[in-house]
Write a protein that binds this ligand. Structure first.
Ligand SMILES: [Zn+2]
Length: 935
């Protein structure tokens, strides 16, 4: 409509251009083109009103300006229903009128312009009216606006009756919305994207994860849009794009987007294996999970998922593991792993590879029993399409029995010996090599393991540790070391139940392997990475285990089982027969290609047979400490060598020690005998014995016999097959010994070294041998510091000596048979020490797989308190803060990135020790290397 321009004239009587372009009432309102252009019109004659109308969509913001007024005009906004929406009624022609208003309904809205009073009109001068419309976005634009920034949405899964529609807004003008939908691979997935409830003309596009356009829907107007695409093994984040057609297609009204996935695979739980190192599972004739579990030991539940109907591995699969009470359908606690990719494999194959299964670490309070079972639900969301969602929950078959064995307390003894250059070297019981050995040993051993450290410095062991070439077995030098270790064990009088000592040689000492006698209390090996299996075998010998039949060992265990594969074919000798898992490192050991650590073949792990056997032994240790010592009487401890030809060699003195009366009265049997005779030749006690034939590999010549030492014993007669082979006279006079220092009042602050000195003599002139013990509690308990000393002093390192205000030393001296002892006359003082922390796992600098639980492992031992309780071990992270307590702590929620993990423990004196490692959670990022052409 052309707008007439006001043309000033000189006529006396003002005239109006009647009718003007505007209407005179609501119904007759003239249309405005609300494009921001100005409209000029006059209020004329007096009483004239101007009505204008313009289309508005709900949600649009209307802005009205009225200016250049020749008189005082007012402005009103009227709704399509003739209601007053807003008015601007300022006084004076100079004051422009202004309205801003958000329309709540769609339709033709009106503007009314009129004079405030009857005099407010002009025939010569128009007013100017401007209308602007714009969009106010009430909802932030939540999805991304490009392929890369697409917002993630969950799909609908019609076969699971799961509907997850999303609403979105195209706003402000020019907006478009991108969404990402994770689609699992390994199967044919129908992707159906639907766009409905369109407020304007929007179109729909579908892109595969590689950015290729796979489909589009471009219906006219507000007609629904729909795309269907069959993705055959095209996993990853697909993108859906909602795009308006034309600039005006934005609106406050939402659209509805629904991405539906359907697939041909069927996810199921094939089984749940509960393992701590080795487990019976998925093998004919053996009940699942029938191998006992050790209470308190880290436990892994491996969930195996089946993908029936899938062509390949299915990605984007999640598993929820729950502990269920009495087969109730609702778990009282759950853990979730994933999404990860599931191979199209049978259980037997999945067991052999890490991360094919969903490997959960169970929290310590998940105690499995007859009333509490594990259940696993695959695809719990659900987020991956499959054909049947009703078969996704399964319970663990078989309920592993939990047993609570004694803790194995290993006293670690550094052994000083000569390296290849002939220099004496002492191993340092700290660092990565010790961590390696202890981590393996703790992982494979069917009982909790704690460690002590020998006090007062290393054990002197200046011998050759190369196995003799001309004889089977470890030889006499190793035998002497084991005898020394046994003396240390005997002198560890406050030792806990189930204690053993394990000697460690410096890596530079020539030789390799280790030695341990069957049914003994001490063994030894090297402090070398990878020597954890040696420690396991030697301590296994101590616990009565013989060799498993691989690598041609002596002393083979005839009862070691012959394991078979599921088809019934024999596995190699000494193979472990089931799948082993190092729960600490995640390493898998194959049934046929890993060997029991009691064999000479590797890689070494543990068989169900050895697991059961050691566990039984650990549940009821055969040689628990005798409770009472009140009725101890003198006994003679005799250690020596009995050669195959009957010769007796006595490389070390005998010792008289108090032992429980009657504990060693048995006559024994075998071709050798020891008779204690009085001065007249009458036998006072006789013991028969044999060589350690069963222990063919490890110092078979060794004998150790303990007999009551009766008063009046004058000689000791050894016989072999009835013939006297050696006679040892008991000299008439016992020796004498006096402790010179420390004797009273000394203060040993710090590490020292300090000197223990004594004076010893013997009226018979016999050579004397001494051994030294230390008591931190005024003589109530003793720990042996040194054995086999020929001099009259011993230099002690005090850094690992228990602190005390009531410390004493004791020196025992033997003249071959007679034994005497002296103690410090009074107390001396030794400074207190903080706990020693061994942070075993994760290793410093380790990269941890994101989304997987992390096992934090450590030990803390204190020279005053011994090994600290698990509750004393406190873990923290400089990112997450406190992580929890315990020797083995599974952590599920480490965020990606770098962090420092610290293990800290306090002893009963309040002294604190700590250790920390730096680890990185997440995949390593390798920046692309740019090569520049050389000049
Ligand atoms: Zn062996």
């Amino acid at each position: 409509t052309p707008i007439p321009a006001a043309t000033p004239t000189a006529t006396a009587t003002p005239t109006c251009a009647q009718p003007d372009a505007a209407g005179n009432d609501f119904a007759a309102a003239a249309p405005l083109i609300p494009d921001g252009r100005d409209v000029q019109e006059a209020i004329c004659p007096s009483g004239d009103v101007d009505w204008w109308k313009f289309p508005v969509q709900a949600g649009q913001e209307i802005t009205l300006f009225l200016f250049d007024m020749p008189a005082d005009y007012d402005l009103s906004l009227i709704t399509p229903g003739q209601g007053g929406a807003a008015s601007s009624e300022r006084f004076g022609a100079a004051n422009d009128e202004f309205i801003r208003f958000v329309a709540w309904e769609t339709g033709d809205w009106r503007v009314l312009v009129r004079g405030k009073g009857v005099a407010d009109w002009s025939s010569s001068q128009p007013y100017t009216l401007r209308v602007q419309k714009s969009w106010a976005c009430f909802v932030p634009d939540e999805p991304g606006v490009s392929f890369d920034t697409a917002g993630v949405i969950l799909p609908s899964l019609p076969q699971a009756n799961v509907s997850r529609p999303h609403t979105g807004y195209i706003c402000p003008q020019g907006d478009e919305d991108w969404y990402a939908v994770e689609v699992s691979g390994g199967q044919l997935v129908a992707i159906n994207a639907r766009l409905t409830h369109l407020p304007a003309n929007y179109d729909l596009y579908l892109y595969s994860p590689d950015g290729v356009l796979r489909g589009s829907s471009q219906e006219a107007g507000t007609t629904d849009e729909s795309i269907t695409f069959w993705a055959n093994d095209m996993p990853g984040a697909w993108r859906v794009r909602v795009m308006p057609v034309g600039p005006d297609a934005h609106h406050i009204d939402p659209y509805t987007l629904d991405v539906r996935l359907s697939g041909l695979a069927d996810l199921t739980v094939l089984g749940i294996e509960v393992t701590q190192a080795i487990q019976n599972f998925a093998q004919p004739g053996v009940a699942d999970n029938s191998l006992s579990l050790v209470t308190g030991k880290p436990t892994m539940a491996r969930v195996y998922v089946g993908v029936n109907g899938a062509a390949g591995p299915i990605s984007n699969v999640t598993v929820e593991l729950g502990i269920y009470q009495s087969w109730n359908n609702t778990p009282w606690a759950t853990l979730t792993l994933g999404p990860q990719t599931v191979p199209n494999q049978a259980v037997q194959q999945q067991r052999l590879s890490r991360f094919a299964s969903f490997d959960f670490l169970l929290p310590p309070d998940w105690q499995l029993s007859n009333t509490q079972v594990l259940g696993a639900r695959v695809n719990p969301g659900p987020t991956a399409p499959e054909t049947d969602y009703s078969n996704n929950l399964a319970y663990a078959s078989g309920t592993p029995r939990h047993v609570s064995p004694y803790t194995l307390n290993v006293g670690l003894v550094p052994v000083r010996a000569r390296n290849g250059a002939g220099n004496l070297v002492t191993p340092t019981l700290a660092g990565a090599d010790l961590n390696d050995i202890l981590t393996y040993f703790r992982a494979v051993w069917p009982a909790p393991v704690k460690v002590y450290f020998k006090a007062g410095g290393p054990l002197e062991g200046d011998r050759s540790y190369i196995f003799p070439a001309n004889a089977s077995g470890c030889g006499d030098d190793w035998g002497d070391l084991l005898d020394d270790l046994e003396d240390l064990y005997d002198g560890w009088r406050n030792r806990p139940p189930n204690a053993y000592v394990y000697g460690l040689l410096h890596p530079d000492v020539p030789g390799g392997g280790g030695c341990g006698r069957v049914d003994d209390r001490g063994a030894a090996g090297w402090l070398r990475p990878g020597d954890g299996p040696v420690m396991a075998q030697e301590l296994g010998h101590n616990l009565n285990r013989y060799h498993a039949p691989c690598g041609n060992p002596g002393g083979v265990d005839g009862n070691y089982p012959q394991y078979r594969d599921p088809q019934g074919n024999l596995y190699p000798g000494a193979s472990i027969g089931q799948v082993g898992v190092n729960v600490s490192t995640g390493r898998i050991f194959e049934p046929a290609n890993a060997y029991d650590f009691m064999s000479y073949c590797g890689p070494e792990w543990i068989s169900p047979y050895t697991w059961d056997a050691i566990l039984r032994r650990m549940v009821s240790p055969s040689a628990l400490q005798a409770a009472a010592r009140a009725d101890e009487t003198p006994h003679l401890v005799m250690v020596g060598r009995a050669r195959e030809d009957g010769q007796i060699e006595l490389p070390r003195p005998f010792w008289i020690e108090p032992r429980p009366e009657g504990a060693h009265d048995h006559p024994g049997e075998g071709p050798f005998s020891i008779a204690l005779q009085d001065a007249g030749g009458a036998p006072l006690f006789t013991r028969h014995f044999d060589r350690r034939l069963y222990d063919d590999h490890h110092t078979p010549d060794h004998f150790r016999e303990i007999v009551p030492f009766p008063p009046g014993a004058a000689r000791i007669v050894f016989r072999y097959q009835g013939d006297v082979v050696r006679t040892l006279p008991v000299s008439p006079n016992p020796p004498q010994v006096t402790v010179l220092s420390p004797n009273r009042g000394e203060v040993w602050e710090g590490a020292g070294p300090f000197t223990i000195a004594w004076q010893a003599e013997d009226a018979d002139g016999d050579p004397l041998t001494a051994r030294v013990s230390y008591s931190p509690d005024g003589g109530a308990t003793w720990q042996r510091l040194a054995v086999n000393l020929s001099g009259s002093s011993y230099t002690v390192a005090a850094s690992d000596l228990a602190g005390s205000e009531a410390a004493r030393v004791r020196v025992e001296v033997s003249d071959g048979v007679h034994t005497v002892a002296d103690e410090s006359d009074g107390a001396f003082a030794v400074s207190l020490k903080p706990p020693l922390i061994l942070l075993l796992a994760p290793a410093d600098g380790a990269t941890l797989r994101p989304g997987q639980p992390v096992l934090l492992q450590g030990l803390a031992t204190d020279v005053e308190d011994g090994p600290l309780a698990d509750e004393a071990l406190v873990w923290s992270s400089d990112v997450e803060g406190p992580l929890g307590v315990g020797a083995d702590l599974a952590v599920y929620d480490l965020s990606p990135g770098r962090r420092r993990i610290t293990l800290q423990a306090a002893d009963s004196d309040g002294m604190v020790g700590s250790a920390s490692v730096e680890v990185y959670v997440g995949g390593r990022i390798f920046l692309p290397l740019t090569l520049h052409a050389g000049r």
